[in-house]
Design a protein around this ligand. Structure first.
Ligand code: MD6
Ligand code: FE
Length: 215
C-alpha cells in the first residue's frame, strides 16, 4: 500500500491526551480525489437518515458506511451490520486512501472494518456522544473532514466533564484513542458555505473504526 502524500505544512496538534489533530493533513488535490472516490461509492450505498433508539426521532445528519461492517441506528438501537438498511446490499469497500491513512497514523496491527460517513447539510449537528459500540477499544478512531468547517466539541469520559471546542476544516484528520477513546464529543455546528467543496453544500466526515479485536 502506498504512502499518502503529506503536505509539508501539515501540523500536528495535541488537543488532549490521546487526541491528535493533523491539521491540513490532506492537501487540496488529495481532498478532491478522496471526495470523488467517496461520492462514487455513495452512488452504491446512498445516504439515509438514521433514527434514535427508542424515540425513533430522525438524526439531523445523514449517514452511510463503507467496509465489511456499517454502524446503523434505528428504534431498536445502535449496532454494526454488513448491509445497508434500505437496500440490503453489502456496503462498498473502504477507499484505499483511507486505509493508507489508518496504517500511517494509527499503526494499529489490523485494518479498520467500518468507515462511517456523516453528511451535514444546512443546520445538521451531532450531539455529545461516546463511540462505544466497538469490541476493539484498544484501536483508535480516525476521522477525516471534507467540506465546510465544523466546530467539534470534546470533553472527558464523563458527560459532566468540561469540554473544549476545536475547529475542523477540510483536509483535517483527527485520531482519537488511548485515554480519549471513550471521551464525549460531538459537532456543535457547521459553518455553511465556508468551503463550497461538497456538491449541494455542507460537510462530510469519514470515521474509521476497528470493530472486532483482531484474531
Ligand atoms: C464528525 N465525529 O466529525 C463526528 N468520533 O462529524 C465523530 O463523531 C468522531 O470525529 C470519534 C472519533 C473522531 C470523530
Ligand atoms: Fe464519534
Amino acid at each position: 500500500m502506498g504512502t499518502v502524500e503529506a503536505p509539508t505544512d501539515a501540523l500536528r496538534l495535541d488537543v488532549a491526551p490521546g487526541v491528535v489533530l493533523w491539521h491540513g493533513r490532506l492537501d487540496a488535490g488529495a481532498q478532491r480525489a478522496l471526495l470523488d472516490d467517496v461520492l462514487a461509492r455513495v452512488e452504491l450505498a446512498p445516504f439515509y437518515r438514521p433514527r434514535m433508539p427508542l424515540s425513533g426521532a430522525p438524526f439531523s445528519v445523514e449517514e452511510t458506511n463503507f467496509g465489511p461492517l456499517g454502524w446503523v441506528s434505528d428504534k431498536s438501537g445502535y449496532r454494526y451490520q454488513p448491509t445497508h438498511p434500505l437496500s440490503g446490499k453489502p456496503w462498498p469497500a473502504i477507499p484505499p486512501l483511507l486505509l493508507a491513512l489508518w496504517d500511517e497514523l494509527t499503526q494499529y496491527p489490523a485494518p479498520p472494518q467500518c468507515c462511517l460517513v456523516n453528511l451535514y447539510r444546512a443546520g445538521a449537528k451531532m450531539g455529545l456522544h461516546q463511540d462505544r459500540d466497538e469490541g476493539a477499544r484498544d484501536a483508535p478512531v480516525l476521522s477525516v473532514s471534507l467540506g465546510d468547517e465544523a466546530l467539534f466539541r470534546i470533553g472527558g469520559t464523563s458527560r459532566r466533564d468540561p469540554t473544549r471546542g476545536v475547529a475542523l476544516r477540510s483536509g483535517d484528520v483527527l485520531v482519537f484513542g488511548g485515554p480519549a477513546r471513550l471521551a464525549f464529543h460531538g459537532i456543535d455546528r457547521v459553518k455553511a458555505g465556508t468551503s463550497g467543496q461538497i456538491p449541494g453544500g455542507g460537510r462530510i466526515n469519514l470515521t474509521l473504526r476497528r470493530v472486532t479485536p483482531p484474531q
